[in-house]
Design a protein around this ligand. Structure first.
Ligand SMILES: Cc1cc2nc3c(=O)[nH]c(=O)nc-3n(C[C@H](O)[C@H](O)[C@H](O)COP(=O)(O)OP(=O)(O)OC[C@H]3O[C@@H](n4cnc5c(N)ncnc54)[C@H](O)[C@@H]3O)c2cc1C
Length: 673
């Protein structure tokens, strides 16, 4: 069934896409509604698309690729201001605002005000502090960011060097960034926009170091936006992407702030300099977990743009010949093109179901914290979200790179939109916990869980598979057809993770028992620890995808097509890590051969629905931001149109001709030398 979108701007006039859409075996609206979370949410999203994309400020995303950094920044601030005003006018909930953020590709200024500044205030400030600052923040009387990372340290928070020294005489903290390495470097919206920052600094009282604490710091005058005395602040420069964001630097020289500007919900400093603390600050971890949980969804959002572009473009692009007498086929008909793109399509769906489940688990944890004051689930959700944030960013980068190359030369153009997606994914792999570092956090948790198994203690739900002895496992794949059995595939993933975890745990134990210092034993096994975190996270993804497709309440056709994607996701992951699966005897050589054959069969099964499966993401062209992936498929016309907008083409003869080329060609340049 064809797309029933009501968007008038979409004209189905590319014949190939029209045919592809008519070939689909399922109703794409069913999948769209699953992804949006129900009919009402699809309706809301469509209303928001109308509201936003009728406004020139949000239209024609591709034009951003021709802008200078300063123009990009200015436009993003205009967008942010518009969105914040609309948010107040329509009283959008946080959940609704997340939908809007996705629609506009997060391309608006001051996003940290809502993602980090206000949530951190809510979790770290006392009731009195909240009463003072939250109304100012929510009414935009102050604009804030969160300044943690420094030039010298991002990952290792104990290494942060910004100091807040208490002066009991004036009852003030004196803030300093004593070395070049101590300056804050990276915080979003810091360079040019924010008037305030929550600054993480080392608290010092009477020469004693009390570790990192949060402080409210006013950066700029509320009258003329000039930096206050002792403060040097600016933009860190062009980046791989997100160049609209004024990621900033901050130097502090003897900046004094009142004692009441330390956020004191979890630790307090009295007027005479006495320090009290109510214990480890679990609330801050909950905030960090939420950002990672959201990032897994951002990866899905980003990758679905890349795959939508690559699949639609592959349906309209014709190149070479399979048979000399025949026409040039759609490049989507080459098996190699399908082998590039369909596993990425399957991963994109896997990411969706995984991130949806992760968000549900996070919400359950927050309910427990709010209703029962219980932080019981925090360690597990923290470990899962670390591993899944890492894994999803890696899947995203790999998948978007494949989409880029699968679009040939045109995929290299910025207006293809994939470079932008790729750059964004590169920020996800590093920000909020660098890839290796977050994987190691998950691995440490897994080591604790396996230690529990060895002494007969209960492990958490995500690690239940560790209770099975891998010695008792035998590969359930007895025939090639078994490779489509999702229950078998889940068991294979569990066994591979279980065996790898046990093997590293045992190597660590042997090393430590034989006298190797613990830190050396750990370092000698770091790569294996990352590998176990990846194996555990891949298992969670396959289990989540399987659980989702086996419990769907929708038409059999839709279940069938999603099941094929789930099978392909699992089989392709096994092929990618065939060494791991064979080393742990989760599958044998014969089974690997079958799996490779069945993968190719799945390509044929998925082929007729490929375009419909990306259409089901229902991305508005102005969200997609790609001239190769436009819904109507008129790619060549769009590419040519974009040259009219290109500032390089505004002069038929570029001024550099008169300045350099003409003197060279006339010999004037050489005679001057
Ligand atoms: C686009 C973007 C936006 C950002 N926005 C913000 C923001 O708004 N606010 C903010 O405060 N910060 C922000 N950051 C900073 C970001 O949080 C840090 O860059 C990130 O946490 C990584 O830390 P790092 O730069 O110190 O990397 P490093 O830790 O120096 O990493 C470099 C290498 O060292 C390895 N490594 C480091 N430690 C270990 C270890 N223990 N074991 C093994 N290997 C290790 C890493 O794996 C990596 O390969 C942003 C960064 C980016 C790219």
């Amino acid at each position: 069934m064809a797309n029933t979108t009501t968007d008038d701007s979409r004209k189905e006039n590319n014949q190939d896409l029209t045919l592809e859409r008519s070939n689909a075996s399922f109703n794409i609206n069913e999948i769209t509604e699953i992804i949006d979370g129900g009919v009402d949410k699809t309706k809301f999203r469509k209303e928001m698309e109308k509201l936003l994309f009728d406004d020139p400020l949000f239209k024609d995303f591709y034009k951003t690729f021709f802008k200078t950094r300063s123009e990009l920044y200015e436009e993003s601030i205009a967008r942010g201001v518009k969105l914040f005003s609309l948010r107040q006018k329509y009283k959008w909930t946080d959940e609704q605002f997340e939908v809007i953020e996705d629609l506009v590709n997060h391309l608006f200024g001051m996003s940290l005000h809502f993602t980090m500044f206000i949530p951190s205030l809510e979790r770290l400030a006392t009731e009195t502090q909240k009463a003072k600052w939250l109304p100012l923040a929510t009414n935009f009387k102050i604009l804030g960011t969160y300044a943690q990372t420094e030039m010298g340290h991002g990952t290792y928070l104990q290494g942060l060097e910004t100091t807040a020294t208490y002066d009991p005489v004036t009852e003030e903290f004196i803030l300093n960034t004593p070395h070049k390495s101590s300056m804050k470097w990276w915080p979003g919206s810091l360079g040019k926009s924010s008037t305030h920052a929550l600054v993480q600094a080392v608290l010092i009282i009477n020469g004693k170091n009390y570790g990192m604490h949060p402080f409210m710091l006013q950066l700029r005058s509320l009258d003329n936006h000039m930096p206050l005395p002792g403060i040097e602040v600016g933009d860190i420069g062009p980046k791989m992407t997100v160049n609209y964001n004024d990621n900033g630097f901050l130097l502090l020289k003897n900046v004094r702030i009142p004692r009441q500007h330390m956020l004191m919900k979890h630790a307090q400093v009295s007027s005479d300099g006495k320090y009290t603390s109510s214990g480890p600050n679990k609330a801050i971890y909950a905030t960090m977990v939420l950002v990672r949980v959201k990032m897994t969804k951002w990866v899905h959002d980003a990758l679905r743009k890349a795959i939508t572009t690559a699949v639609r473009y592959s349906a309209v692009r014709h190149q070479s010949k399979m048979d000399d007498s025949g026409p040039e086929p759609q490049i989507l008909d080459y098996q190699t093109q399908q082998y590039k793109l369909f596993p990425v399509l399957a991963d994109t769906y896997a990411l969706f179901f995984m991130s949806r489940n992760l968000r549900r688990q996070y919400n359950r944890m927050m309910e427990d914290i709010r209703n029962k004051g219980s932080y019981k689930m925090l360690a597990e959700i923290h470990s899962i979200s670390c591993g899944l944030k890492g894994l999803s960013s890696k899947i995203g980068i790999d998948g978007a790179s494949i989409c880029r190359t699968a679009c040939g030369g045109h995929g290299y153009l910025m207006v293809a939109g994939i470079s932008e997606v790729l750059g964004l994914l590169h920020s996800v792999v590093t920000a909020e916990g660098e890839y290796t570092v977050v994987c190691l956090q998950t691995a440490r948790y897994l080591m604790k869980q396996i230690a529990k198994v060895s002494v007969g203690e209960v492990v958490t739900e995500s690690c239940e598979y560790l209770n099975v002895d891998p010695q008792s496992f035998s590969c359930p794949l007895q025939t090639p057809a078994d490779c489509f059995n999702l229950t078998f595939l889940c068991d294979i993933f569990r066994n591979r993770a279980n065996s790898l975890i046990r093997s590293v745990a045992s190597r660590l134990q042997i090393a430590i028992e034989s006298g190797t210092p613990q830190h050396i034993a750990m370092n000698n096994n770091l790569q294996s620890l990352v590998r176990v975190a990846e194996a555990h996270s891949e298992t969670i993804m396959v289990l989540d995808f399987t659980a989702a497709v086996t419990s769907l309440r929708t038409s059999p056709e839709t279940i069938k097509v999603l099941t094929s994607l789930c099978q392909l996701h699992a089989l392709h992951t096994i092929v990618k890590h065939a060494g791991d699966f064979m080393e742990t005897e989760s599958v044998g050589l014969e089974q690997i051969k079958w799996i490779r054959e069945q993968e190719l069969k799945l390509l044929e099964i998925i082929r007729p629905n490929a375009v419909a499966l990306v259409d089901a993401f229902d991305l508005h062209d102005d969200s997609l931001g790609s001239l190769l992936g436009v819904y109507d498929g008129n790619v060549y016309e769009r590419l040519y149109e974009s040259t009219k907008y290109n500032p390089m083409n505004q002069n038929v003869v570029h001024p550099s001709y008169h300045k350099y080329l003409k003197p060279l060609m006339s010999g004037e340049m050489i005679s001057k030398l």
